[in-house]
Write a protein that binds this ligand. Structure first.
Ligand SMILES: *Cc1c(COP(=O)(O)O)cnc(C)c1O
Length: 382
């Protein structure tokens, strides 16, 4: 097969049809009384928020989560460019920095707030008719990251003035161990969340609730509440390890072979001379290194597929990953196959982001967000 111009620096294919299919699959799992948002922070986990969000909207997703104000402003603009789209709700998971409240309100973005001071500041900057612009309150139920503390929550419930002014639309919390269905912390966080929610609803009966990320959805309906917030599963990461992956793969990454070489005598490969190959071996050096998300920690463990015509032959990575290149041992190929070889695939539906994450000592999330900007990106479907 011959390499196209677009494939010269590596071709990252992103299947928007698979993203939409994954959204629909999650919708089938989520209880019919709940809404399903999409988390598109960090440029949709590295895959392109501007490309990913509109097809999700057309598939019925009316609420989106990003992390920062800059991401929220960009997403708002994306939807304004698509005239056929109404305005979806956009939430900022990292809240709003002091001084940015007016910009946030003007773009119709809803911040997720975590302290009394933030609630008061949001009110002071956005109040209209004695009520703040809509916001979300995040409560910590055991993750010990962003979230209001129990003591501040008690204080809030005791402050009728602030409660009336704050305009809290939704109570939100985040699970720390949802990818391990048997972890006892899932249940303890759920119990705490239900307790906080019923106490808040005693004052604000209309407040919505959101608890589950991708993995949380698969813990059962009692975790779904009014709105679930999947991110990674939309992009093909397995939400139910160690069981099989109910989601479809979204990314394929093809790296062009820059050099094929015969090993004449036993020698070491790459920086640090960490691995040796025997005389008679064959190597392929590909364009794609740690600056492109081929994480260096998978040196000696990574795998790829030599693509020959329509066939794929799995080949191991050898030696350390460099900044721009990595090396594969293609000794398993016949002379004829070697001649034809121009592409090694490192991500596809059998070599998944989860596999690469495990090889690199990390998770599929970090593989996706590390992919970098040097590939040619091709969007399919959607
Ligand atoms: C990133 C994030 C999510 C999405 O989590 P996934 O595991 O990717 O589904 C949901 N909620 C919060 C608060 C997050 O930060």
């Amino acid at each position: 097969m011959s390499i196209t111009e677009q494939e010269h620096e590596g071709l990252l294919s992103i299947d928007l049809g698979a993203v939409v299919g994954n959204y629909r699959r999650l919708r089938e799992v989520v209880s019919p009384d709940s809404q399903c948002a999409a988390v598109v922070k960090a440029d949709a986990y590295g895959l392109g928020m501007a490309q990913v969000a509109p097809p999700l909207y057309r598939a019925g997703c009316g609420e989106f989560f990003v992390a920062t104000l800059a991401e929220g402003l960009e997403l708002r603009e994306v939807f304004q460019r698509h005239a056929e789209h109404a305005a979806p709700k956009i939430y900022l998971l990292a809240g709003v920095r002091p001084g940015c409240e007016a910009a946030c309100k003007a773009a119709g973005l809803t911040p997720v707030l975590v302290t009394l001071e933030q609630l008061a500041r949001w009110y002071a900057a956005t109040a209209d008719d004695g009520r703040a612009a809509p916001c979300v309150l995040k409560i910590d139920t055991g993750m010990t990251r962003l979230g209001m503390t129990a003591a501040e929550f008690d204080q809030l419930l005791g402050d009728q003035t602030l409660l009336a002014r704050a305009n809290i639309q939704m109570l939100l919390s985040h699970l720390a161990c949802a990818d391990d269905a048997s972890h006892p912390q899932n249940r303890s966080q759920l119990d705490r969340f239900n307790d906080y929610l019923s106490r808040l609803r005693a004052h604000c009966p209309e407040v919505r609730a959101s608890f589950a990320n991708s993995s949380g959805i698969f813990l059962g309906e009692e975790y779904h509440f009014d709105l679930v917030r999947p991110g990674s599963s939309l992009y093909g990461v397995n939400p139910t390890p160690p069981q099989g992956n109910p989601m479809s793969a979204v990314v394929t990454l093809r790296l062009p072979v820059l050099q094929k070489r015969a090993v004449v005598e036993t020698c070491a490969v790459g920086y640090g001379a960490t691995q040796t190959v025997a005389a008679g071996s064959w190597l392929a050096v590909v364009r794609g290194g740690y600056a492109d998300g081929i994480l260096r920690t998978q040196s000696g463990r990574g795998r790829g597929c030599a693509v020959i015509g329509g066939r794929r032959i799995e080949v191991p990575m050898v030696g350390r990953v460099s900044m721009d290149t990595s090396v594969f041992d293609i000794s398993a190929l016949s002379a004829g196959e070697r001649d034809q070889l121009e592409i090694i695939e490192v991500l596809n539906d059998s070599l998944t982001v989860d596999h690469m994450g495990t090889a690199a000592g990390t998770i599929g999330y970090e593989i996706l967000t590390s992919l970098g900007s040097r590939y040619f990106r091709r969007y399919l479907g959607g």
